[in-house]
Design a protein around this ligand. Sequence first.
Ligand code: SF4
Length: 159
Amino acid sequence: MILISACLAGQPVRYNATDALNLKLSQLVKEKKAMIACPELLGGFTIPRPSAEIMGGNGADVLNGTAQVYEQTGKNVTQAYIDGAYHTLKIVKNHQITHVVLKENSPSCGSGFIYNGDFTGTKIQGIGVTTALLQQHGINVCSEHSFYVMLMEDNQNIF
Ligand code: SF4
């Protein structure tokens, strides 16, 4: 069993109420080979919501208290991002999930890139808050772009 970002499975749960449908990943959900979760909804956010970015570092820095997550409105939403990460971790542990595919560029779900915190659309290398927490607990996290690499390398352990 794997866990997939709900937006990649076609759920319109992104900040602007859109999805990020990936047909191959959503097919895994239909075949009951994958579960879905949205860390931001698990953290208490609703749809739609203001966009948010990590300021001062990446998801690992948020967890250790040296970076913060802010909405574009200026509201500090760090704790809700941390809460969502821990709720996601609980789901992963409860279902013995070892591999997770999360949406790239998100302040929760990014695993290669996130936005740089100035709301100009500039991406930097980095990971989101949920990705950081899952990786700290030994979970394999990849993006929708690198899922097939993970599948080729570790197919027997994924399903
Ligand atoms: S938190 Fe993750 S799953 Fe939820 S909308 Fe953002 S990228 Fe998708």
